[in-house]
Design a protein around this ligand. Structure first.
Ligand code: ZN
Length: 665
């Protein structure tokens, strides 16, 4: 599970105080609703040559799977990307024309989303140029491959309108454009296929369906497994090759075992091997360098079964990790004191390891849009029996924060100077702490009742799980225990996070939604249902208000302690829903509080936000690693640089990590 950037808000002045003088250029180009950033790999130079070589080959593995994600996100994405790239690099017409500029923006969005749909909102991009213009441009560059079937996919709004449709009542597979299920397979068929394959009494159930496409051939459903010599085999071979190149440079025996087992999984596609790999991986906590490189999160599948390919290579931030150590060392205390029914508590919390890390490269579904915290593995039984590993990615949260300097956002949306001051003082630290709590303790807490199928909540599963982790974090941020542990300075600090969380969930996250649309993305739905539920249930006591000042709406929190009790109450209910697998309650909660948008407030928020000229989404350009070899071809050093442009990076990746054919069937 991952945590994405929760707050649109990252206060300007908050960071002026914290950020050291730093001439690194965090902000890069802006297009459509995207602001590109760079991140700095602080500390890379002081690693040993061996660690640098290890990281280098792992980053190569992390880039080899890029084409997989494009194909997972839609069956035409690779063909479209390659067609557009040909025009982008070869076009000799007027590159300053409105058509070409709109075309370039469209391609930048396709790169960013690994496909033709918005990475967050899921809706298909509207091209700002005409089909005639594109066809002429293709002719002018001598593009010969067939394009007729791609035109409606790009230009017809009704064709493949959503990548992941979560609308209650729709057939989620027939109405979603993702490529995890073959064409024409209905939701009922897929659900039946996977229900029949579950072994209800298996104490160690594998994540059935996680690494395959479900297809129908001659009327019969079957899986095409992603593995070497299987579907995506040519990309997977390149990933394996680079993992094996990294292996001799590993820091310890356990890391070598992790690589071996991951390679075995890539070769066989056997999900038991994947669980074995996960257990080895979560127990490897001694080394400085770590990585994720594979089929991981299921947000891209409307049924929440199939995992998109992602990668991150990182190394430990030793100083900041002292903070998360305090949480993981006290994990049992947090579990025992959580405001949930004791039937749903873990008797003993096993093996939560938490660390703060520096990202060295982002790949697949973590690039360019990324997570700021990750907790893995996702298998319920593995987590229960063996624990999990949780990270907060400090150089990315730091880059977000520094890039937001002076944005004017807090001035526009926070109710008064006293609240702004509170957030200036504590907001930054509490944001990081919220991520730590969410990942390290939130996801790891609680248990399913015996016999509860972990997939019972179906399309609502991800939203409920993210909400549970957020509520756990919110509840404990306001706990005196954090002051006692020295993690928050006093009992005022948590209020900064409560304010920004409520403001974000009730109002400001709407800047990411187009007028007239509902909330689709799991993390946004979870923030929305938490904020709206607390708002509605606190109404009789006037806990949180929406007030008007000069025609503008603001969130006003009258009673922070009572708000904390509401979070506790909701946490208890969400934990019950998860532990019992209460699908109907999950549906009610999410549909009633998490999905619908107040049109009038939405229009107001969009108008105020527009005046600030900010981009609601951010993503990162990767650094470039350059290896140095000796006369025998052995790697002796690796340097890092930060000057590659966004389009140059994407074109280079398309050229050098071109691992899949146009059509993958
Ligand atoms: Zn999460």
């Amino acid at each position: 599970m991952k945590k994405t950037l929760a707050m649109i808000l990252l206060t300007s002045t908050a960071l002026a105080a914290n950020a050291q003088a730093d001439d690194f250029n965090y902000n890069n180009e802006k297009f459509a609703d995207i602001q590109m950033l760079r991140y700095k790999v602080e500390g890379f130079e002081s690693l040993t040559p061996k660690q640098k070589a290890y990281i280098y080959y792992l980053t190569e593995a992390a880039l080899q799977g890029r084409d997989i994600l494009f194909d997972q996100n839609g069956r035409y994405n690779l063909r479209i990307r390659r067609m557009l790239e040909t025009v982008y690099t070869k076009y000799n017409g007027n590159r300053n024309s409105a058509d070409f500029k709109a075309f370039a923006t469209y391609l930048k969005r396709v790169w960013f989303s690994a496909g033709i749909h918005h990475h967050y909102g899921q809706e298909k991009f509207e091209p700002g140029f005409s089909q005639e213009w594109l066809q002429q441009a293709l002719q002018s560059v001598g593009y010969n491959a067939p394009v007729a079937d791609l035109m409606p996919v790009i230009f017809e709004p009704k064709v493949m309108p959503m990548r992941v449709n979560q609308k209650d009542g729709d057939d989620l597979l027939l109405t979603s454009a993702e490529n995890y299920y073959g064409e024409g397979i209905t939701q009922a068929e897929a659900e039946e296929f996977y229900t029949l394959r579950k072994a209800p009494l298996d104490p160690c159930p594998v994540m059935t369906g996680m690494n395959s496409r479900l297809v129908k051939e001659n009327g019969v459903l079957r899986e095409k497994v992603w593995r070497e010599h299987g579907l995506y085999g040519s990309a997977i071979s390149k990933i394996i090759e680079n993992l094996l190149k990294a292996k001799p440079f590993a820091e310890n025996e356990q890391q070598r075992k992790v690589i071996d087992r991951l390679v075995e999984f890539y070769r066989t596609g056997d999900l038991r091997t994947f669980d074995e790999y996960s257990i080895l991986w979560l127990k490897e906590t001694e080394g400085l360098v770590d990585f994720v490189c594979g089929f991981t999160e299921t947000y891209g599948d409307p049924l929440g079964l199939k995992a998109s390919w992602e990668a991150i290579v990182n190394f430990k931030d030793l100083e900041a990790t002292k903070r998360t150590r305090k949480l993981s060392d006290n994990a049992s205390w947090f579990e025992q004191n959580a405001p949930i029914d004791s039937r749903f508590k873990k008797e003993n919390v096993k093996g939560i390891s938490a660390k703060v890390i520096t990202a060295a490269i982002l790949g697949g579904d973590l690039y360019p849009s990324t997570a700021i915290g990750i907790n893995l593995p996702n298998s319920d039984w593995v987590r229960k029996e063996h624990g999990s590993k949780s990270v907060t990615i400090a150089n990315l949260t730091g880059a977000y924060a520094k890039s937001a300097h002076g944005s004017g956002f807090d001035q526009e949306f926070i109710i008064d100077e006293a609240t702004r001051k509170l957030i200036r003082q504590y907001g930054d630290a509490c944001d990081d702490l919220h991520t730590d709590l969410h990942e390290c303790l939130g996801h790891a807490s609680g248990k399913l009742l015996p016999g509860t199928d972990p997939d019972t909540l179906k399309a609502y599963g991800a939203t409920i799980e993210e909400g549970r982790a957020d509520l756990f974090a919110l509840y404990y941020l306001g706990d005196p225990k954090l002051v006692e542990l020295g993690l928050t300075p006093n009992m005022d600090a948590y209020k900064s996070e409560y304010y920004t969380y409520m403001m974000n969930g009730l109002m400001t996250q709407l800047v990411r939604i187009k007028p007239g649309l509902n909330i689709e993305e799991a993390h946004m739905r979870n923030r929305s249902f938490i904020a709206h539920w607390a708002y509605e249930h606190g109404k009789s006591d006037n806990v949180v208000e929406l007030v008007k000042k000069k025609g503008k709406t603001y969130v006003k929190i009258n009673d922070y302690e009572r708000l904390r009790q509401l979070f506790a109450q909701l946490l208890a209910e969400v934990q019950r829903i998860k532990s019992e697998g209460d699908y109907e309650a999950a549906r009610q909660l999410v549909e009633n509080y998490g999905v619908k948008v107040d049109q009038k407030l939405h229009a107001e928020v969009l108008k105020r936000y527009e005046a600030l000229h900010l981009a609601p989404y951010k993503g990162f350009i990767n650094p470039v690693y350059t290896p140095q070899f000796d006369a025998q071809g052995r790697i002796v050093d690796v340097t890092v640089s930060y000057d590659e442009a966004y389009d140059a990076q994407m074109l280079r990746y398309s050229r050098d990590y071109n691992t899949l054919p146009d059509v993958n069937d």
